[in-house]
Write a protein that binds this ligand. Sequence first.
Ligand code: FES
Length: 569
Amino acid sequence: MSDQKTGMRKGLAQYGDAAFSLFLRKAFIKAMGYSDDALSRPIIGITNTYSAFNACHRNVPDLIDAIKRGVMLAGGMPLEFPIISMHESFSHPTSMFLRNLMSIDAEEMIRAQPMDAVVLIGGCDKTVPALLMGAASADVPAILTVTGPMITGSHKGERLGACTDCRRLWGQHRAGAIDGDEIEVISGKLAPGPGTCMVMGTASTMALCAEALGMMLPGGAAIPAVDADRLRHAEATGARAVALAAEKLRPADIMTPGAFGNALRVLQAIGGSTNAVIHLVAMAGRLGIELDMAGFDRMGQETPVLVDLKPSGQHYMEDLHRAGGLATVLREIRDQVDLDCVTVSGRTLGAELERAPAAWDQAVVRPASDPIHAGGGLRVLAGSLAPNGALIKQAAATPALMQHEGRAVVFGSLEDMAERLDSDDLDVAADDVLVLQNAGPKGAPGMPEAGYIPIPRKLAAAGVKDMVRISDARMSGTAFGTIVLHISPEAAEGGPLALVQDGDRIRLDVAGGRIDLLVDEVELGRRRARWTAPAATPKRGYAKLYFDEVLQAEHGCDFNFLRAEPLER
Ligand code: FES
């Protein structure tokens, strides 16, 4: 071993005698059966995010085998270690509540243990941002791979995918068109194997954004979880991690302002999930980079949605893979991306694009002259109801509702909504605006994906498919509708959303980038004086840490003390 602080010499446990610390470490690592030769190699950590609660990570053991093979073929020594894993449906109250905990776990375990580089295995929605946030803060050479999207299922000859079709078919069940027995059968068809939701949900979006950001080897985002290419990509990732350790290329060298600009541009072009905005802002905040939301909004006006995937279009991720994956998208927008950004391969994004297989005829990524949605995927909103911003996925909205004024029908909480939404007594009409309060970062807590407020049963039964719905919540990337999200400040912080009452007029103007509450300031002042915070604050544990430190959506819902530069509060 050299005298440099690499491999087993890195980050010794402190006993007051460094030589003894190394001696003790070697004694215990040798108990694992490793030879001196093995331990003299560059140490490559591998985050084991397998969990029996996480179907999206079912193939992690296979990926680890392939990554280890790549590491060893390149002369390194792979050491996997466990890390928090979380699945959307198995995270109470929400996976968003736990994202920052996973990022802390990643940061501290990458820093605490002696690794020269780390391979991050993400997949389900929050895991990719959590791992990248942690790796950015740990400042150790890092490379990402993902579990990959699921292949599609089918029911009665219809191709199905999680979870756009989950929501669509559940909506039909609520409206009485699908009975209880059939919906049970369907639940076995929507997610037919390992991997992540195969529509343009948050997992697919974050994988593509991470590849555009340069943190993943080319082509990795769209390879299906069960495809042999997925294992070859993992092997290549392991091999590249060994080179990264030698080159000392760190996350901050790759995740630059230009790279984040590329990720945001790709987010617009793919019609990606609104959640990605929160995650990219949080990741950038770990590196002291402030993302320009006005610039992001302009990107949406310059860059149409080109990728024809559900929920905005009709295809699935396996189709995008067959169409060439992210490279096919980047070719269409190459004039709008920074091709000089260095990626984790050590080459620039432009060089990687040149190396990608030549384009072929395909129907999944449209040319800019024939987009899926001309106006871009996401629109940033402001206005009297959202002084610090809000977001709408206009590509998944109903065009006729994007300019709309209606009467507010207010639900004060998730529980209130669950209790009254389907009541025959609810005073609601199709042109009303459904308002959900107290579902933001602190309100629920954990900013649940509750922004996709179901259409009240009596309206759904009458054939109403979409209404304007607004909240401080998030929405699954797999959902669709005219839905305003991430309203900030949230209601639980006393933002204007907290002051909305039944019958108020609300105006949505997507083209103008506004969401306004049409109530005069005198009346709002009266309501503000009467407002009290809705929830008792937690007294202990992670919940207390979360409640004390979580920031609003425009700061990525990170904990303030985890940012490179905490905000003055
Ligand atoms: Fe894991 Fe959809 S639930 S990606």
